[in-house]
Design a protein around this ligand. Structure first.
Ligand code: NAD
Ligand code: IPM
Ligand code: MN
Length: 361
């Protein structure tokens, strides 16, 4: 199969992990006789520096023509003092919005090889396998107005949703639940926010379309606690943009590191932007220390969701498991009797597995 992939490395470790992800895609193409072509474009701070905007037009145009997009990460201290509309993060929010990618799927599955890498007790982590379905193009992140008023003495951010925006993300979450363990937890703050009360209404209405799915509602504060005290009690979580952002970093603790979490930002027709959950990690950028597995596992999501390449996706995930089983790990993970490797060495280990598992050679 021929596929055209747009790479948006972005800033900091985004550059390092997307290079690793691209090499993995190349290894997959070689093994399975696909042709993947790549086109790299700027976004975030890198785009601000060279083109004066976090989301250049040619980046958007290339994404619209691609079969799938892979993003590294954006942001960093260099651009933190810029006004809101000029920040690197605006580039990422902009491409999600312009592409209509309203659903962000964030699977969190503790690899058994990493059970002891989490600061949580292994018996708490064991058996946890959940999916956060985060609304991605509405809510607090996109509210208008969002501004300072009254000579800078007052500030407003707005949390707005239309009913149809809630309906489509809730539908997506029910569909995800149907192919998993058929348990959906809707997380909100319905004891305080009107938007959450509408969210609950929509979930209650939609559940009649999916009678096999068990539905419960949980307030976000309690959910944050339950996520690390009883993570195995969750299957699919559906929630508002900002709640989903916060809960997913929290949930990464189950896997031992934020550097392990992949994600897919999708819309209903299969177009997708694949992005690790972590950021540009300025504290370790340029040191070849970053864990590339979140980006590599994001390529598996790309292969599965955008290209329907199930076997290839499984192959990437299996390769990661094998490398972890051999106790290779980057500095963010601590494995007893493990072998610490750099980010690029980690990518090479995964690629070695993908190539050596090739039974056709
Ligand atoms: P971060 O996710 O970049 O880093 C948080 C911590 O996790 C740091 O200690 C970092 O070293 C570590 N970490 C993250 N990814 C890692 C990896 N792959 N391997 C090893 N360690 C890893 O979050 P932050 O420090 O709060 O934010 C830094 C910048 O990144 C900010 O500008 C923020 O806006 C941006 N950011 C971007 C994205 C994105 O582009 N998707 C996501 C989150 C944050
Ligand atoms: C993420 C990031 C982004 C978000 C930032 C960088 C805008 O934290 O993808 O989780 O909050 O969506
Ligand atoms: Mn985040």
């Amino acid at each position: 199969m021929n596929k055209h992939i747009v790479m948006l490395p972005g800033d900091g470790i985004g550059q390092e992990v997307s290079k690793a992800a691209k090499q993995v895609l190349e290894a997959v193409a070689e093994r399975y006789n696909h042709t993947f072509t790549f086109e790299t474009h700027e976004i975030g701070g890198a785009a601000i520096d060279s083109q004066g905007t976090p989301l250049p037009e040619d980046t958007v145009a290339a994404c619209k023509k691609s079969d799938a997009i892979l993003l590294g990460a954006v942001g960093g201290p260099k651009w933190d003092q810029l006004p809101g509309h000029m920040r690197p993060e605006k580039g990422l929010l902009g491409i999600r919005k312009k592409m209509g990618l309203f659903a962000n799927l964030r699977p969190i599955k503790g690899f058994k090889q990493l059970l002891h890498a989490s600061p949580l007790k292994p018996e708490v982590v064991e058996g946890s396998d959940l999916l956060i379905v985060r609304e991605l193009t509405g809510g607090l992140y996109f509210g208008e107005p969002s501004e300072r008023r009254n000579n800078g003495q007052e500030v407003v951010d707005t949390l707005a949703y239309t009913r149809s925006e809630i309906e489509r993300i809730v539908d997506q979450a029910f569909q995800s639940a149907m192919v998993r363990r058929k348990h959906l937890t809707s997380v909100d703050k319905a004891n305080v926010l009107e938007s959450s009360r509408m969210w609950r209404e929509v979930v209650e209405e939609k559940k009649h379309d999916y009678p096999e799915v068990t539905v419960d509602h949980m307030l976000v504060d309690a959910a944050a606690m339950k996520l690390i005290t009883n993570p195995a009690s969750f299957d699919v979580i559906v929630t508002e943009n900002m709640f989903g952002d916060i809960l997913s970093d929290e949930a990464s603790v189950l896997t031992g590191s934020l550097g392990m979490l992949p994600s897919a930002s999708i819309r209903s027709d299969g177009v997708g932007l694949y992005e690790p959950v972590h950021g540009s990690a300025p504290d370790i950028a340029g040191e070849n220390k970053a864990n590339p597995l979140a980006a590599i596992l994001s390529t598996a999501m790309m292969l599965r969701h955008s290209f329907q390449m199930e076997e290839e996706a499984d192959q990437v995930e299996t390769a990661v498991q094998e490398v972890l089983a051999a106790k290779f790990h980057t500095a963010d993970l601590s494995l007893e009797n493990g072998v610490k490797v750099t980010g690029s060495e980690m990518a090479a280990k995964v690629i070695e597995q993908i190539s050596s598992n090739d039974t056709t050679k």
